[in-house]
Design a protein around this ligand. Structure first.
Ligand SMILES: [Mg+2]
Length: 280
């Protein structure tokens, strides 16, 4: 029997602005994911949002109509917990954040404490208040290390932008004079961990995202192949502002699927170059 050899390549896929905007699935996202699964192409959804657990994220994606499982999700909360467990196994953390981050830290052997923690860990959430900030500031000045799940300045919501983890971290940094260590995209800590989850090499990995400062910068720094989709926060006319560029630019996952279809789903980097639309 002739075995079809599965091409060795895979995708790291950002979620917000790539798969969905608010509660709306973006055109072509479901077809792209279905094709990946049908063809046994490894992929992980990569999100800097540390608010939700893996299971919460899957529930949301399934509700949007995507056929995915927990193993397909990799959040900055998971990357942060894994990183801290490597740095200091069995440590303690004071957390400004929500379920996704607390669960990940517990799963990696961390105790959540209110006094004298090894780390102050900051994620997304809406439970943030000035009392927590005061406590965190004193802990950091007392020697606790400041960890950010990510430095995204803001997050898109249906009602417009809300302050992101990076904005909250900036408050702590300014108050203490201590710089945070950030784990989420574009940090190589999260990008490399995600690539290892795929079980692929750098050259076999393609990062797909809508944000230049995180998805594309991280991909470029790690040496991954990069695809920018214009279905999220970045417009075509923004690109000249950046010192780095994505290898490929497409309006959305729908057109990326078409491009890959036209090339029999061979790794995109084997093409001469995927076409950048002149104007989108
Ligand atoms: Mg995004």
């Amino acid at each position: 029997m002739v075995q079809h050899s599965t091409p060795k390549f895979g995708f790291l896929i950002d979620m917000d602005g790539v798969l969905y905007r608010g509660t709306d699935l973006i055109n072509g996202a479901d077809r792209f994911v279905r094709e990946l699964r049908d063809r046994d192409i490894p992929f992980r959804f990569l999100t800097n949002n540390s608010q939700r657990t893996r299971r919460d994220v899957v529930a949301r994606l399934v509700r949007l109509g995507l056929d995915v499982e927990e193993e397909h999700v990799f959040t900055s909360a998971m990357a942060t917990a894994r990183f801290l467990a490597q740095q200091k196994p069995g440590g303690t953390a004071f957390v400004i954040g929500e379920g996704g981050l607390l669960t990940a830290l517990h799963q990696h052997g961390y105790a959540i404490v209110d006094h004298d923690p090894d780390y102050v860990v900051v994620g997304e959430g809406r439970t943030f208040n000035l009392e927590l900030v005061e406590v965190a500031v004193r802990m950091i000045l007392g020697g606790a290390k400041l960890i950010a799940t990510n430095m995204d300045p803001n997050c898109p919501t249906q009602n417009g932008l809300r302050p992101g983890c990076g904005a909250l971290v900036a408050l702590l940094e300014t108050a203490t004079g201590v710089k945070a260590f950030s784990v989420g995209k574009p940090s190589p800590v999260m990008m490399r961990a995600a690539r290892k989850e795929l079980g692929l090499t750098t050259d076999q990995t393609t990062m797909v995202g809508d944000t230049m400062e995180t998805d594309i910068l991280g991909g470029v720094q790690l040496g991954f192949h990069t695809v920018l989709v214009l279905s999220g926060g970045t417009k075509h006319e923004d690109l000249p502002r950046y010192t780095y560029s994505p290898e490929t630019v497409v309006p959305s996952l729908a057109e990326l699927t078409d491009l890959l279809d036209a090339n029999d789903w061979q790794p995109p980097w084997r093409q001469a170059r995927m076409r950048v639309p002149a104007r989108v």
